[in-house]
Structures are given as C-alpha cells and as structure tokens.
Design a protein around this ligand. Structure first.
Ligand code: GRG
Length: 295
C-alpha cells in the first residue's frame, strides 16, 4: 500500500471536518471572537493528524469504513491540540514555537490560550456525543477518552514530567511519563476506532497492544528528534528538552539504546497485530513510518 496517499487522503478528510467545526463555533455568535480565533489558530496550524489517522486505521482494521469515524477521529485532534497549547504555556514547557508558528499564548496571551485549550477539550466530548453511532459505543468511546486524557493518562503523565524536571528520573518514572503523557492518547485512538468498528475482544486486545507499543515508540522518537532534528523540521525549538532539564529516553538510557528500544517496540506492535488481515496494513505501515519520521 502507498502510505503517503493514505495519510494525505485521511488528513484531508479530518481537516474537512475540523474546518467545518471551527466555522460552526461562530455560527450563532455565542463563542467570543477572540476565543474562536485562538482555537482555530492552533487547530488549523498544520500537524500530522496522526491520532485521528490511528483511529481511522484502527477502525478499518476491524472492517469499518473511514467515512463513519471522521467526527470521532477529529475529536482526538481537538484534544491533542488542547494538550499542545497548554504544554507550550510558560507554566509548562514555555515554548515560543509550535508547528512552525508562534505558540498560541504568544499570539493571544496566556489567559486566552488556556481558555482555547479548555474549549477544545470540552468540545471534543460534544463532537463525540453527537456522533452518529449506537449510544453504547459512544459511551465506551467517551470512557476511553476520559481515561486516556485525565489523571490516569495524559494529565498524569504531564504532571510527573513537570515534577521531575531538573531531577534525574528513574527508568520506571520515565516509562510512566512517556506511556501516560503521549502513549495513552495514541493507544486510545486505535482502541476507539476498533470499538466503533465493533471489534471482537481478541481484536481489541491485539490493537491495544499495538497502540501501547507504538505510543511509547512515538515519544522515544520524539525525544531522539529533539536532539537530532532542526527547528524547521520539528516546527518547534529543537534541543528544548535538554535546555529545560527534561527527562528523555536519550538522557536516561543513551542515544543508541533509545534507537534500539524504539525499533523493538515497533516490532512488538507489528507482532501484536500479526493475526489481523490486510485491512490492518495501514496500521503496519504507520508503525514503520514512526521510526523514519523527521517531524
Ligand atoms: C491540564 C493545564 C493542563 C495541561 C495539560 C496534558 C498536557 C497539558 C500536555 C500533554 C503533553 C504532550 C503535549 C504530549 C504530547 C507530546 C508530543 C509527542 C507531541 C507532538 O505530537 P505530534 O508529533 O505533533 O503528533 P503534530 O504537530 O504533528 O500534531
């Protein structure tokens, strides 16, 4: 299969939904103009749309059709964008550049940036609750999302990351940070696709394992790219992790071990979905792409 055209096609489908979502938030004038602009600024600033694409690919792997999951897949991008806006704030990573553009708070100020993040997170759940699917499936998807984003997932991971800044994390602490800050939402994205596609328990278990391994590999590669990438490739300031005294895979395990570990995790992800048929090929190709990505 041609991964590039697969990514492009689904990126376009997700962006189509996101554009109409952003214009709809101003339709009845109930959302303040500045908030609307701030939300749209970060949501439409580019980005690979990988979490929505994981959900689409997870859905297709169990026989679903991309067209049926677009709103739910796009809601993952609202959540991801919220996390990036908040992650860039002075109280968190204090970054000036994201997706090759000034960060949200640099353009709109801290208060609006915080509120834009809050608004995107909240609206993600509104989109899911209005999606055209069986109530049971929607409830399970909302449960997945809340678990992955909250204190037991992304926010928990981010908290540990911040608290350990400037201190040397133990290997187990670094693993907690990475699997929660980044891995949880990626795992949930794949699972949500599978849940909407009414996956069997065996399929769901396989896809969860895939998501777990790919999610951790994704953050390890992110850590590596922070050292080996340029500002332009990354769309943000390269080397920022080291400057902030962040715990990263290369800083705790060394560069070579980190590269090796990412490879092993991708092999494990591929093994996990070994029994799935060719409908899971996009997931296979995305897993391999994670190792060679430059941004
Ligand atoms: C609740 C106040 C408050 C803050 C929460 C949860 C959180 C802040 C931050 C999450 C940490 C985070 C941003 C993790 C993701 C790290 C990561 C690998 C981001 C980049 O993802 P890509 O490469 O980015 O998919 P694009 O730009 O392509 O979408």
């Amino acid at each position: 299969m041609d991964l590039n055209s697969y990514l492009k096609k689904n990126h376009r489908l997700v962006d189509g939904f996101l554009k109409s979502y952003i214009s709809s938030t101003r339709r009845n004038n109930s959302c303040p103009k500045t908030l609307h602009r701030s939300m749209g600024y970060s949501l439409m600033a580019g980005g690979k749309r990988l979490r929505p694409i994981f959900a689409i690919a997870g859905h297709e792997a169990v026989g679903g059709r991309a067209g049926n999951i677009i709103p739910i897949a796009a809601s993952l991008e609202l959540i991801h964008t919220y996390s990036l806006i908040h992650d860039d704030l002075p109280a968190m990573d204090d970054d000036d550049l994201r997706r090759n553009m000034p960060t949200n708070h640099k353009v709109f100020g801290e208060a609006t940036a915080i509120l834009a993040g809050d608004a995107l997170l909240t609206d993600a759940f509104s989109i899911v609750s209005n999606a055209n699917a069986k109530p049971d499936a929607l409830l399970n998807i909302i449960r997945e999302l809340t678990y992955a984003c909250g204190p037991h997932g992304m926010v928990g991971g981010q908290t540990a990351d911040i608290l350990l800044e400037g201190k040397k994390a133990k290997k187990s602490e670094l693993l907690y940070i990475h699997t929660h800050k980044t891995g949880a939402l990626i795992r949930a994205s794949v699972r949500i696709g599978a849940i909407l596609g009414v996956a069997s328990q065996k399929e769901l278990n396989a896809l969860s394992k895939y998501g777990e391994n790919v999610g951790l590999a994704f953050q390890i590669v992110d850590d590596i790219l922070d050292i080996t990438g340029t500002d332009e490739e990354l769309g943000k300031s390269a080397g920022a992790d080291i400057l902030r005294g962040k715990n990263t895979y290369p800083s705790v395990f060394g560069m070579e071990t980190s590269k090796e570990e990412a490879k092993i995790l991708i092999e494990k992800a591929l093994d996990a979905i070994g029994d799935l048929n060719s409908k899971a090929d996009p997931l296979r190709e995305i897993a391999k792409y994670i190792l060679r990505r430059r941004n």
